[in-house]
Design a protein around this ligand. Structure first.
Ligand SMILES: Cc1cc2nc3c(=O)[nH]c(=O)nc-3n(C[C@H](O)[C@H](O)[C@H](O)COP(=O)(O)O)c2cc1C
Length: 399
């Protein structure tokens, strides 16, 4: 009774009276020809049995994080990521609280924390539990984290009270599932987006070099967002420690000159996004052997300028992309330098950010977007959110 192909939906059933309605939801999902894999919390098993859930889903039902057979066959990380959508119905106050605070102490909460897929919750609880400040706080946190909600509805409750807190009807949850599974608009479909990311490394001798603190996280997040928007993505990357995002063609380079060459060989492109922190200088001569410490305590290295990759693309005579986006990492006068860069590099957009506060290794960024109509206000975003924002903006600018 195992489903043949990976499930499109992972359904987590929490421990509330409404758990019985989850059975009807499973039936609706299967009736529509979609595969669903079910996880029951310990409390949920007080209301419905794995046997009934499994009979309806046509698949093994998962209940225990520490079931070694399950781990061998299907690790909890795989389980959390195989489906396209994670649905929690009923979402108890406890499950909402756990995900809002990042607590993972059983299979359901661990899957919710480990998944990289969208999460849809159908809350169900007593009206006072729903209106409690803690639940409302958790709701806000989860919404801000990108969790989608369906319901709760208003009505009579199993406990005899009346109000908001009834789980949405299975039909309504199923409609929300269908909506969530719909392919999203792909504003960059068929477009070639060329991105640089990470630092450059300029050797001084066979073992040493000059580099910078760029982690590559921002450029990689933009590459991922561009793929989601339908683009064909070439990512020219300096040395970083990040796996290549799915669907991205990655070209590894070390020096600024190599990055310049790789970028120019990847043209033409519809969009160029220069995120890499390219070293302005390189050693005029690279020592053939490792430099010795010497006696006088000083070493003089002559540096020469590297080619300007952004300007070379922004001012390209024949192959200038339709949209050229540069990044300006500054430690002061962020907006002024950003505006100057817009003018001097032939860019259409500059994403300027203040890197005086450890932006490089962090997951958050405080960027302003500067185009011909002026700057936007800086807002603190995760690098993923900033990437989504930028790609959305690019989608509106591409003809
Ligand atoms: C009869 C009964 C009904 C319950 N109904 C709900 C409910 O509708 N919503 C809720 O949030 N908790 C409800 N609870 C409390 C949860 O079962 C309890 O918080 C449990 O720890 C939730 O675990 P889970 O979120 O892992 O499923 C109910 C408890 C009992 C005994």
């Amino acid at each position: 009774m195992t489903v043949a192909s990976p499930p499109r939906i992972l359904l987590i059933v929490g421990g509330g009276i409404a758990a019985y309605k989850a059975l009807e939801l499973i039936r609706l999902i299967r009736k529509a020809g979609l595969n669903v894999r079910v996880v029951l919390t310990k409390a949920a098993q007080e209301f419905v049995t794995p046997l009934s859930a499994g009979s309806l889903s046509g698949d093994k039902v998962y209940t225990d994080l520490f079931d070694l057979t399950d781990e061998a066959e299907m690790g909890h990380i795989t389980l959390s990521r195989q489906a396209e959508l994670v649905v929690v119905a009923p979402a108890t106050a406890a499950l909402m609280a756990k995900l809002a605070t990042g607590l993972s102490d059983d299979l359901a909460s661990t899957l919710l924390l480990a998944t990289d897929k969208p999460v849809l919750m159908a809350p169900a609880m007593n009206v006072r539990m729903w209106h409690h400040a803690a639940t409302q706080r958790n709701l806000e946190t989860l919404r801000a984290d990108g969790v989608a909600f369906v319901g709760p509805d208003e009505g009579d409750m199993a406990c005899g009270e009346f109000g908001l807190g009834r789980m949405a009807e299975p039909e309504a949850i199923f409609a929300a599932i269908q909506e969530a599974l719909k392919p999203k608009a792909q504003p960059l479909k068929g477009r070639h987006v060329l991105i640089t990311a990470g630092p450059t490394f300029e050797p001084l001798d066979p073992v040493r070099g000059v580099t910078n603190r760029s982690s590559g996280k921002q450029g990689y997040a933009i590459a991922e967002a561009a793929v989601r928007a339908g683009a064909q993505v070439t990512l020219v990357s300096g040395p970083v420690n990040i796996p290549t995002p799915a669907g991205v063609e990655r070209v590894d380079v070390e020096t600024a000159q190599e990055m310049y060459d790789a970028v120019h060989s990847a043209l033409p492109a519809d969009v160029f996004i220069a995120v890499a922190a390219v070293g302005d200088w390189r050693a005029k001569e690279i020592a053939r052997d490792k430099q010795k410490k010497g006696e006088d305590g000083e070493l003089t290295i002559t540096l020469v300028k590297n080619p300007d990759i952004l300007a070379s693309v922004g001012k390209h005579e024949s192959l200038r992309p339709q949209l050229v986006v540069g990044f300006a990492a500054e430690t002061r006068n962020v907006e002024v330098y950003g505006r100057t860069k817009l003018r001097t590099k032939g860019a259409d957009v500059i994403m300027a950010n203040d890197v005086s506060k450890d932006v490089f290794e962090r997951d958050t960024t405080n960027m302003i977007l500067i185009d011909e109509s002026g700057p936007t206000n800086a807002k603190l975003l995760t690098k993923r959110e900033a990437a989504e924002d930028l790609i959305r903006y690019i989608g509106t600018r591409i003809k």
